[in-house]
Every structure is written in C-alpha cells, then in structure tokens.
Design a protein around this ligand. Structure first.
Ligand code: ZN
Length: 478
C-alpha cells in the first residue's frame, strides 16, 4: 500500500517512502519562552506519524531542530540581564519537560542552529556565487528575491503583491522583499566569524542548512505550522533550490493548522491558561491528545474548555471499550473479521495523508461491535486476544494514548461506609451527575423504582451507565 502525503507546493497527493525510508524534517521551537499548547501540535502529531511509519517497517529519520540563536532570545536575555545561553538552556529544558508531560517522543536528531554555522556560511557563499545573494558594506548578506523567478510558489503569492518580509534594515536592501541570510552583530551581541565579518545567521538559512546536512537526499516530508509557510518555508525553498537546483530539497510540504479561540489565532499573550503545563492539569494529556488527533492535521482546531471536556469523554469511552475487550471471555468468530477490517481501515486512513480522525473512528467502530458481541454472548469462553493486541498497538503504541485494563469508574461515596478506597475513583463526573447518582440511591432505598429508573435513563443519555454492585453503585463511562 502506498504512502501518500498532500504536498502544499503542488497541491497533490505525493507518494513517499517507496524505498522503505522516510526522512522527516520539522521546524522546532525558538527557545525564548515556554511553549503553549498550540506549539505542541506539531511535535505530537509528527511523533505519531513516526511511530506509525516505524510500526509499518519504514526506516524513519525524524529531525526536529531547535532555533537557539534569534533576536527574541537576545532580547529576552537583555530584559532579564542574563546570558543568551542561559535563556536557551532554560527554555530548551522547558520544551523537553512539556513534551514529556504530553507523552510526546523525541526526534532522532534535534539539531541546534548554532552547531551548524559553517554549513550555513558555505550555503550563503554558494548563493552569492550563483547570483542569488549580495552583501552590501554593512556586514549583512541578503537574498535577492528578484533573482529567483519562482519566489512565491509555496505561499501562492506574487512578489509584487507581498508585504515586506523583514522590516528594519531596509536601507541596504535592493528590495524590501529581500531577506537576511547573515546579520552583522552589534557590539556585545553573540557573533560568529564569517567572510562578511562577525555576525549570526538569519532564521531561514538555519533550516535550509540543517535539512541538507541531516537529510542529504532531501526531506520526504517537511513539516511545520501553516504560519511558517510564508515567509519561513518560502525562503527555505528559495535558498535551497537556488543553491542546489539539481537536488531535491523537499518531496512533500505538510503544514499543520493553528489552534484557534473564538477570537482568532492563539497568541502567547493569552497566558497561563493555554500553557502546556496548565492545559495538562486542566484537561489531562489523553484528552489533549484526542483533541489534536481527532482533527485532520492540516486543519485548524478550536480550543474551549467545553470542547476539551468532550474530548476527555471521548478518550474515556474508548479506554473503557478497550477495558471491556481486555476483560472479556466472549467466544465469537467476529474477532478475526473485526481485526482484519480494523487494521485495513486504520492503515488506509494513515496512509492517506495521515488521516488520524478516520483512524480513531475505525477503533471506535471495532470497539463498538466487539462490545455488542460481548453483551450478546456474555458467558462464552474465548477472548478477544487479537483485538486486544491490536488496540494496544494502534491506540496505545501508534496514537500514544494511555490504556488500562481497568475500566475508568466513578465510585460515589456513601456516608459512614468504607468503599473501594480512594484509588479506584478514577473519574470526576462533575457535580450535576453526582447529584443525580445520589438522588437515585435515595430513591432506591425508598423503593421508588420509577424515579430510580428515570434517573438511570437520564444518566445513560449523558453517557454514563450505572452498575449496582453489592457495595453500592459504580458509574462507568459508556
Ligand atoms: Zn524551519
């Protein structure tokens, strides 16, 4: 089965990995602040893709860089009166900690911009030699956009319609569209020696140099947010295609959508509530993962507390369906056909531009049918061993969710009685549901079966089933 990715440049589905190898380059963070939840979408999604491809036997090289020199880093250091290296260390550590909180795996290589200065200098020299770049006498080097007729191909813009890409040093540029490849440093700023004097690289040349160094045959997939399409990726392409027209730089450009709020694109100024740490505390990492993966990567996804609550319920339902399968001794030949259908549908979805929402839908469907089977033949002997294993591989191993063979339950407390102990209370269904459970218990004790049944139906409609155990009621996410 072929592996297809929708390439932003051509607009077509492009086949990659025909030789069993996939080189993936993703633009990582500029480390000057804690990442917010929107910044986590790329690392989480591409980690899932890498896990999927490895599970299919592909040899994957996953590169995700860190931009460790930038005006933002220098400004932050100046504001705090610390060294720029301290800022880099602090926020690289913070980035890694936040990936761990979300259970996001690390790339195979995490190149740092400052470790690739010689490669960047030689790429800039090649661009100057080939007439794509110029160095005025201020120590900067600029890309000459007018020299590259295909400029604008990725972002589908015509150069004469573009806004200025970089403001500030326009005085030395031939055109306001020309962008900086090398920036002369001011006294006291971090700098590296170069043929144009001491300075530091521009952001765009960093990624061109790191892609070419770590994926010499070109990147099969180049990822990054839609906000990087222009100017960052447009400029990467102009640099690498200009310097090396005979090499493939990228086979498929794949951009993930932004996180939106009611009022537009998520910005860092929105503060703590959307910080990764805060989001994990508020919603749990599995709910966040469900939220990211139940939308197609190329589309924006909307954030609200209600949406995240819904995603949490969605995860709990799938987890409990898994626990039912894991705990079942149902005998049925459904296992075999269900398993084949599940794996086929899951693979077809993932190989068609990494359609994770469809892959998750396949798991829900298989779990739902297995659940029906378990309810119909509750006393038979064979287990859904194959299906259980498939869930562990696909839902746990590839999609990265945490799975437990125990159902997630809410155990209401009964005044004056010891129940299962605090540890079994895994879910908090919220005050309204708890109140209904309490009222139903009172009704049962008063033998008011009509009210008790009515409340049971209401809870059922809200996604909960109640099991009346000898120790009292237990609430299970349906
Ligand atoms: Zn980049």
């Amino acid at each position: 089965m072929s592996l297809l990715v929708r390439d932003v440049l051509s607009g077509r589905l492009v086949e990659v990995g025909q030789d069993g190898k996939v080189g993936l380059y993703v633009c990582g963070p500029t480390v000057y602040n804690h990442i917010h939840i929107g910044n986590a979408r790329g690392p989480l999604f591409w980690d899932v893709v890498a896990r999927y491809l490895r599970s299919q036997g592909y040899q994957v090289t996953f590169i995700q860089n860190i931009t460790d020199i930038d005006d933002k880093i220098i400004n932050r250091a100046n504001e705090e009166g610390v060294s720029w290296e301290q800022i880099v260390r602090r926020y690289t550590y913070s980035f890694h900690e936040r990936l761990k909180m979300l259970r996001v795996g690390f790339p195979d290589v995490e190149p740092r911009a400052t470790q690739h200065i010689p490669e960047m200098i030689s790429l800039i020299q090649e661009l100057i030699e080939k007439g794509y770049a110029y160095s005025p006498d201020n120590g900067d080097v600029y890309y000459d956009v007018a020299s590259y007729p295909r400029y604008g191909q990725l972002s589908k813009q015509r150069p004469d319609e573009m806004r200025e890409t970089e403001r500030g040093v326009t005085g030395y540029k031939k055109s306001p569209l020309d962008f900086t490849l090398w920036k002369a440093s001011k006294p006291g700023e971090p700098s590296w020696e170069s043929p144009w004097g001491p300075g530091r690289p521009g952001w765009h040349i960093e990624c061109s140099a790191m892609v070419e160094k770590h994926l010499p045959d070109g990147a099969d997939i180049h990822g990054g947010g839609t906000d990087l399409r222009f100017p960052h990726h447009e400029n990467e392409l102009a640099q690498s295609a200009g310097a090396h027209p005979d090499r493939t730089f990228v086979r498929a450009w794949a951009h993930h959508g932004m996180i939106t709020l009611a009022s537009g694109k998520m910005a860092k100024s929105l503060g703590n509530i959307l910080d990764v740490k805060r989001a994990v505390e508020l919603h749990g990492r599995n709910a966040l993962r469900m939220w990211f993966l139940q939308g197609h990567y190329s589309q924006p996804i909307a954030y609200s507390e209600e949406i995240l609550e819904e995603k949490k319920r969605s995860y709990e339902r799938l987890q409990n369906l898994y626990a039912r399968i894991a705990g079942s001794t149902s005998s049925s030949d459904l296992d075999g056909s269900l398993l084949v259908e599940l794996r086929e549908r899951f693979d077809a979805a993932m190989r068609d531009d990494f359609n994770t929402p469809e892959a998750i839908a396949a798991l829900f469907e298989a779990a739902r049918r297995a659940g029906q089977e378990i309810s119909t033949h509750p006393n038979s002997m064979r287990e859904f061993a194959g299906l259980k294993k498939a869930f562990e591989e696909l839902l746990g191993g590839v999609l990265g969710f945490e799975l437990s063979e125990d159902q997630m339950v809410y155990v209401p407390s009964i005044p004056g009685e010891e129940r299962f102990g605090e540890t079994t209370v895994m879910l908090d269904p919220g005050p309204e549901v708890k109140e209904k459970v309490d009222r139903r218990e009172q009704a049962r004790q008063q033998k008011d079966w009509t009210t008790a049944d009515q409340l049971r139906d209401e809870l059922r409609a809200e996604g909960w089933s109640i099991e009346d155990t000898p120790e009292g009621p237990v609430l299970i996410r349906r």
